[in-house]
Design a protein around this ligand. Structure first.
Ligand code: AMP
Ligand code: MN
Ligand code: MN
Ligand code: MN
Length: 275
């Protein structure tokens, strides 16, 4: 039997809209068999997801670690991690601190740009979870400085804009070593979302593989077939396993839903064959 896998999703423990239990319910509704919860820099939602899943579906404990590579923000997903690993827990605390500090800097910059109450606004949306740019985006929309998320990122939070503060994230090498120390498989998230040339993407994959990274998302959400083909080739060129995930954040986005994506190409080495 072919199982349905979604190995990249978010809950309100980071910038997702649903609680872990609500996410699990929606995944069940969508007939997902194996679901990884991969919140940004936190594992706080994993126990609740496991509890909500019961026997109905399998939860893969995961995380999406923010890193910096050659001045760019790169995301490394850890799958099948031991959430009790000391090294991982220490890393998560460190990331939490970086996120909090970074959020303060973002708030100061946005205030300077005239966006009042940025700190309080973002903090209230984060609800004690891992605070990030989407929480600021929500506030920017509230105060009328953008009509929607896309506009908030285009004007204030996206690459090169005032709210794009990323200087303190750890290296790919660190992120991969934390994931490996927790017995997980490090997976390069949404490789096509970084706007890299082929040469740059291959340089990134080389560094990632050298660091001990073992897998890439050959399928990320609703991706064009030519992109999938390119990433399948990249996986083969570096002998990396293939993962797939929707990167689901919110039911408000009709193009992203748990389990909804094209299947992995047949000639891939699926990550789940190596668990
Ligand atoms: P952060 O973790 O604080 O760096 O924020 C990154 C998150 O912002 C990503 O995981 C996405 O959920 C979201 N994001 C990034 N770019 C955009 C965009 N252009 N429009 C909407 N959301 C975005
Ligand atoms: Mn996100
Ligand atoms: Mn990401
Ligand atoms: Mn994600």
């Amino acid at each position: 039997m072919n199982l349905s896998y979604d190995l990249h999703t978010h809950s309100h423990c980071s910038d997702g809209k649903l609680s872990p239990a609500e996410l699990v319910s929606l995944a069940k509704l969508n007939n997902v068999d194996v679901l990884a919860l991969t919140d940004h820099d936190t594992i706080a939602g994993i126990p609740a997801a496991i509890a909500a899943a019961g026997d109905a579906l399998t939860i893969i404990p995961g995380i999406e670690v923010s890193t910096l590579w050659q001045g760019r923000g790169i995301h490394i997903v850890g799958l099948q991690i031991d959430i009790h690993s000391d090294e991982l827990q220490q890393a998560v605390s460190q990331q939490e601190e970086i996120r909090f500090k970074r959020a303060k800097t973002i708030a100061v910059r946005l205030e300077k740009a005239g966006i009042k109450g940025a700190w309080e606004g973002a903090l209230s949306y984060a609800q004690g979870g891992a605070i990030g740019r989407p929480h600021f985006a929500q506030h920017i929309i509230d105060v009328g400085y953008a009509a929607n998320f896309a506009q908030a990122f285009k004007r204030y939070l996206g690459a090169g804009k005032i709210g794009d503060v990323k200087s303190e994230w750890p290296s790919i090498t660190s992120a991969v070593s934390w994931i490996n120390a927790a017995g997980g498989i490090a997976t390069l998230a949404h490789p096509d979302k970084y706007g890299l040339t082929r040469t740059k993407l291959y340089a990134l994959l080389q560094d990632f593989a050298d660091a001990g990274g073992r897998s890439i998302e050959v399928v990320s959400g609703n991706q064009n077939a030519d992109v999938t083909k390119k990433l399948q080739k990249a996986a083969a060129d570096f002998s990396l396993l293939a993962s797939c995930g929707s990167d689901f954040h919110s039911p408000d986005n009709k193009w992203q839903s748990p389990g909804v994506m094209s299947p992995l190409p047949k000639n891939c080495q699926a990550i789940w064959d190596f668990w």
